[in-house]
Design a protein around this ligand. Structure first.
Ligand code: NOJ
Length: 445
């Protein structure tokens, strides 16, 4: 039986969350609108038209929720700062009530003996900045740097662990290319400038923290998936390579000083030519203390000439009769191990942390209990794969489960439950699931 102590006594165990998914109080206490507030108010964008105005009401319940983190035995609590809560217009006027909220939250973590890990950007761009073009506009970098600097000055004495961006490929692709996340923009003419400014933001944010926070441990996170060709045909293998360049390589390589990848793919070559990105290679480089990996599933890719630009298509787990979660995501711990190895192979990566991993199921409270045996099984398999990589010498310093409690899962609304704690979205009552109790036991040993 796998035990927490197998990972070593200094291994950091945590749970991860994000402001827009849990906080609520979306229009209260001087907070400005974020792109997710606006997007969720557009009809048909979120399943069942769920809104994030209240979410888990963490804003008013953070003390009890941190007590839950502690009760479950985690050492680390990862949360994000809502940019629009402290800078309602994105830049300029500072909302002192918002500033105070994060002081209180950080102080509460420290009081309860929990280490705060702060994500600076977890997708909730102030709407006022989106009105100026958001991530597609060059001016976003000035605004972002200013936001980072404000957070460093305010919280840098108390917070030493920082994550600059959460899943840059996630928010640029879903929000600026496919339009299924906020702000709902589409096409390469939005995607590529967003990619460029985001890659600049991750490095510049890191440099600002380095100069303004003493003894900071600075990282950034990437969504990643092992990419498997459906068959060994040349077409499928090349299609898988294109997807790998986009999903796994697009943001980490510029951070490591390698510039953007091309993956022998004319679309990425053209992007680099058009924007002269090589001139910015030094600006996009930053020596991160750790790289955060967020992995849930692998992708099996088949060539498809009818799919614009990428000419690739995912063959879903269900159609391949593979085990999957309620999101339809394939459960495959070996692919978790493989993607860890893929990232560990970059010589410039010093240290990895798993900053998210978890599974959604259709959980129900029955007689006061949530028996989520499948989630426990998922964690066991993935933790074993992680331990294997660690034992083979990969430098991994921590693991954070996604997520503390069921929350607002973006376009899925409240329908996808990833929590170790069940949230009743009518009463806001929290019920620890069996997986939460499983973690409690696991972390004791
Ligand atoms: C990615 C994101 O960082 C997080 O916000 C999301 O809820 C989980 N993974 C699950 O989709």
């Amino acid at each position: 039986m796998i035990k927490a102590s197998d990972f070593g006594s200094d291994f950091l165990w945590g749970v991860a969350t994000a402001a827009p998914q849990i906080e609520g109080a979306a229009t209260l206490y001087g907070k400005g609108l974020s792109i997710w507030d606006t997007f969720s108010n557009r009809s048909g964008k979120i399943k069942n038209n769920h809104k994030l105005a209240i979410a888990c009401d963490f804003y008013h319940r953070y003390q009890q929720d941190i007590a839950l983190v502690k009760l479950l035995g985690f050492k680390v609590f990862r949360f994000s700062i809502s940019w629009a809560r402290i800078l309602p217009n994105g830049i300029g006027f500072v909302n002192q009530e918002g500033i105070r909220f994060y002081h209180n939250l950080i102080d509460e973590c420290l009081r309860q003996g929990i280490v705060p890990f702060v994500t600076l950007y977890h997708w909730d761009l102030p709407q006022a900045l989106e009105d100026e073009g958001g991530w597609t506009s060059f001016s976003i970098n000035t605004a972002f740097n200013n936001f980072v600097s404000l957070c460093a000055t305010e919280y840098g004495d108390k917070v030493k662990n920082w994550i600059i961006l959460n899943e840059p490929f996630g928010f640029t692709s879903l929000g600026y290319m496919l339009g299924i996340h906020a702000p709902g923009k589409t096409g390469l003419s939005n995607f590529f400038p967003a990619v460029l400014h985001t890659a600049l933001a991750q490095a510049e944010g890191g440099k600002i923290l380095r100069s303004e926070v003493s003894n900071a441990n600075i990282g950034t996170t990437y969504s990643c998936s092992e990419i498997l060709p459906y068959t060994q045909s040349d077409n499928d293998i090349l299609a898988a390579k294109r997807v790998d360049s986009l999903i796994n390589r697009l943001f980490v390589e510029p951070a490591l000083g390698l510039g953007f990848p091309t993956g022998n793919w004319d679309v990425l070559e053209k992007f680099q030519m058009e924007y002269g990105t090589w001139r910015l290679n030094e600006r996009m480089r930053f020596d991160f203390d750790f790289i955060g990996l967020q992995n849930y599933f692998p992708l099996t890719i088949k060539y498809n000439a009818f799919v614009p630009v990428i000419q690739a298509w995912e063959v879903k787990a269900k159609n391949r009769k593979k085990p999957h979660t309620a999101m339809g995501w394939e459960i495959n711990a070996n692919s978790f191990y493989n993607i860890i190895k893929q990232f560990a192979a970059y010589p410039a990566i010093k240290n990895l942390m798993i900053t998210e991993n978890g599974a959604a199921y259709h959980d129900k409270v029955i007689n006061g209990s949530v028996v989520d045996a499948e989630r426990i099984e998922y964690f066991k398999l993935y933790l074993e794969a992680l331990l294997k990589a660690k034992k083979e010498g990969v430098n991994i310093s921590g693991y954070m489960a996604w997520t503390l409690m069921d929350n607002f899962e973006w376009a899925e609304g409240f329908n996808a439950r990833f929590g170790l704690v069940h949230t009743d979205f009518k009463t806001l009552q929290r019920t620890i699931k069996y997986s939460g109790y499983w973690w409690q036991e696991f972390l004791k040993n």
